[in-house]
Design a binder for this molecule. Structure first.
Ligand SMILES: *Cc1c(COP(=O)(O)O)cnc(C)c1O
Length: 392
């Protein structure tokens, strides 16, 4: 192993160096963007050093990113994809018709859609349960269950799922069931699910890992070699791979992940504390607040509490829309995890694909707003929220 890829190094050192030794031929400090689809061969099948033959199968910029992200999650292997959904869809192809999956009840809307509208047609069964209650999870596991899929913190209700307990519960019933954690909200800076026993970690790299709202991407990370080989085969066979330029942008982004996350967490904490006492706010859901029902679990499982929060305004949908329109520094938009603050209305945006009755049982009401707190100066963000709340 390259000394730059040592998993015992600190997070920021791994972020800056893993997978990114200076270029062997030129000494370039930044990994080149290998904008090539194919590679010359000396004689048929005799490849150049590096062993590349075609960029769907492998590309040096992508390989650097896969090594880098694996180092951040303390994983042995990583595979990158053209989006978070492409990563999940590729993973689901390890399943066969008749297999069963247990999924968290308030997973990302696009994840639900992929299960409900695409893989159900291929006769993959799935059951949604609340993973904060291990007896529900236990009861949902069947003889044909092959995969358990969870997110923590969840979106947009920011429930905290106990990863170690989830793994323990599932493996006790059947050690062959794969446990996958979508770690997009927490990032590897805040928690490493593989270290807690999970088999697979997934990220939408579009979010905090990219961090600048300019790339769509996804990654799967594993320790098990056989699982890695199986999904590497699918990565090439299906072909939803990221472009070299996007891999370069992600390599550039992860270098500042720890700095960004520190500021995201600090800003979010101050905003959550401010909003919790505001007369126009009914409730703030933020794992860092003592009022969060799983604050203690969050404190034990995560290094800090992240940059995402959900708030219920005192008002109806109209008042909520007025608030969203009035904000200047929280741009109304899909996505999260960028340096700029964003706000969203889950009921009509990210979770619109979920039937209304089901949405409401999760707590996704018309007065619910999700904030992705950016890394601007926090006093400006608080002033912006203050003026927007005055208008409702
Ligand atoms: C955005 C997101 C996804 C999907 O990722 P894309 O890059 O948009 O395809 C999956 N899970 C979570 C938690 C997300 O936030």
């Amino acid at each position: 192993m390259n000394k730059m890829d040592d998993q015992d190094l600190g997070f920021s050192t791994r972020a800056i160096h893993a997978g990114q030794a200076p270029d062997a031929t030129t000494g370039a400090v930044m990994t080149p963007i290998y904008q090539t689809s194919t590679y010359a061969q000396h004689t048929p099948g005799a490849l150049y050093a590096g062993g590349y033959e075609y960029s769907r199968t492998g590309n040096p910029t992508r390989a650097a990113l896969e090594t880098n992200l694996a180092a951040l999650e303390k994983a042995n292997h990583g595979l990158c994809f053209s989006s978070g959904c492409a990563a999940l869809a590729t993973l689901l192809h390890v399943l066969k018709a008749g297999d069963h999956v247990v999924v968290g009840d308030d997973v990302y809307g696009g994840t639900f859609r992929l299960f409900d509208k695409v893989f159900k047609q291929l006769e993959i069964q799935f059951t949604q349960v609340d993973f904060t209650n291990m007896s529900h999870l236990q009861a949902a596991i069947k003889n044909n269950t092959k995969l358990v899929w969870t997110e923590t913190p969840t979106n947009p209700m920011l429930k905290i799922i106990d990863i170690a307990e989830t793994v323990k519960t599932v493996k006790k019933i059947n050690p062959h069931i794969l446990v996958a954690v979508d770690n997009t909200f927490a990032t590897p800076y805040l928690q490493n699910p593989l270290s807690m026993g999970a088999d697979i970690v997934c990220h939408s790299t579009t979010k905090y890992l990219g961090g600048h709202s300019d790339v769509i991407g996804g990654v799967l990370l594993f320790n098990d070699k056989a699982l890695y080989e199986q999904i590497k085969f699918l990565q090439n066979a299906i072909g939803a791979v990221p472009a070299p330029q996007d891999c370069f942008l992600l390599l550039r982004s992860t270098k500042t992940l720890s700095l960004r996350m520190q500021r995201h967490c600090e800003n979010a904490r101050q905003i959550a504390e401010f909003l919790e006492h505001h007369p126009k706010i009914e409730k703030v859901i933020y794992p860092g607040l003592k009022s969060h029902p799983q604050h203690a679990l969050a404190a034990a499982q995560m290094k800090d509490f992240g940059g995402m929060m959900s708030i219920y305004l005192k008002g109806n949908q109209q008042a909520t829309f007025a608030f969203l329109q009035q904000l200047n520094f929280f741009t109304l938009g899909e996505s999260l995890g960028g340096v700029e603050s964003l706000c969203g209305h889950p009921a009509s945006m990210t979770h619109a694909a979920i039937p209304v009755e089901q949405r409401q049982t999760f707590g996704i009401e018309d007065n619910l707003v999700r904030l992705s707190v950016g890394i601007e100066d926090v006093q400006d963000l608080i002033a912006d929220l203050t003026q927007a709340l005055q208008r409702i």
